[in-house]
Design a protein around this ligand. Structure first.
Ligand SMILES: [Ca+2]
Length: 246
């Protein structure tokens, strides 16, 4: 009798353990989906105008790129890149901020979602274009090195205006051979006199899209099956049927 009680309790504990593991597995799926691989995504960390983990690059004489506390979408800072051909020379220039992560920062078997918010200083886009660029790189040169794929998207053509609004690029496939990425937000100014404009960016995220199949789905099916069997009584509760305790 003692042995039988032990077996029943053992089976019950095994089922409970399976249930816990299934829930843990599902929680893991949710956790993976929410993981943002962008460093300092809200530009909150840094020193003065320099945002940590981002490079501010001045490709012209008449503008600036900086971390700014003047108009963040959230938190205390955002990225701001701008040019002024009213008080400065009307020279062509590129003003951008970018994050370049090292080799093996992305998983080529997954898809990724890119999201951020952005706004412009003015909706007069004369002589300028504002865009974001995502480059997929082979930084360990295991597949010949260099750029393996690139997306360049104009935000001015997507309705960028003077209020923060969300932009996204979803279900992005990582090109074969890429092991990392470079994400860039850029204001490109033409040599047009008498114009000035700029772009703000905040709340950047690049998250892996979990595969719906594999063990995540199997865990869910297992959990549902267990719940169904409990409801239909096909799993006995030895504590009820025998009154014994484990
Ligand atoms: Ca922020």
């Amino acid at each position: 009798m003692t042995r039988m009680i032990h077996d029943r309790c053992g089976m019950t504990l095994t089922r409970i353990l399976r249930l816990v593991l299934s829930i843990t597995a599902l929680a893991g799926c949710v956790s993976d989906a929410a993981a943002n691989i962008i460093l300092n995504p809200g530009f909150e960390n840094g020193s003065g105008a320099d945002a940590a983990d981002w490079a501010e690059i001045l490709g012209g004489p008449s503008g600036f790129v900086r971390r700014s506390s003047v108009s963040p979408a959230s938190g205390d800072f955002a990225a701001h890149m701008a040019f002024d051909h009213i008080v400065n020379p009307a020279a062509g220039g590129a003003y951008f901020i970018e994050q370049n992560q090292g080799a093996n920062s992305v998983n080529t078997t997954l898809k990724y979602d890119l999201r951020f918010v952005a706004k412009a200083d003015s909706t007069d886009f004369t002589g300028t274009n504002m865009f974001y660029q995502l480059l997929w790189l082979d930084q360990d040169a295991s597949h010949g090195g260099g750029v393996k794929g690139e997306t360049l998207t104009s935000l001015t053509s997507l309705g960028l205006n003077t209020s923060y609004q969300p932009f996204s690029l979803l279900d992005i496939n990582v090109p074969s051979g890429a092991d990392s990425f470079l994400l860039r937000f850029q204001v490109a100014a033409g040599a047009v006199a008498g114009v000035a404009n700029g772009m703000w960016v905040d709340n950047v995220s690049l998250t892996a899209v979990p595969e719906p199949a594999s063990w995540c789905l199997l865990s869910a099916v297992g959990l549902l099956s267990l719940a169904h069997r409990r409801r239909t009584g096909s799993i006995r509760n030895p504590l009820v049927t025998t009154g014994e305790t484990c």
